[in-house]
Write a protein that binds this ligand. Sequence first.
Ligand code: DGT
Length: 141
Amino acid sequence: MPATKPKNVKTRSGWIAVVTALMRRQGKVLVGKRPEGASLAGRWEFPGGKIELGESPEQALARELREELGVEAEIGPLKFAATHTYGKTGILFLFYEVKYWKGQIKTQQHMDLKWVAPKELRELELPEANAKFLTQIMDVL
Ligand code: DGT
């Protein structure tokens, strides 16, 4: 047993991995309004959520899109990764391209869903993290 804890243990235990989908249709991208009662309620986000134990990022995103939108999605390539910290919690964001899905997108958890032109993203109330790396997100759209 080491006499002292490795220095990075505390930092790493406060990190979570979140997968999000960049879904395009006719030049627009899908965003959802986070539900009441959730953290960041009312903010517009890209569909997705936390990776659960035992899941790959792609499995987690496919599950989230099933739960949130009611579709069976084919997860494309990783387009962008970034980190942001909310207080003591660090979030690693993985943004995937999602071009293909089966089924009709329907609101299951969000207050609302809408397709917006990439430049309209700038006018939406986004979570702080997304606002911070919006330029990079727009570059990969
Ligand atoms: P749960 O089951 O309530 O823990 O929630 P999950 O696993 O559906 O995950 P969610 O969406 O509540 O958590 C993702 C975290 O990332 C949350 O702190 C909000 C933050 N976040 C920032 N920007 C985004 C975004 O564009 N999409 C998503 N899904 N989360 C974002």
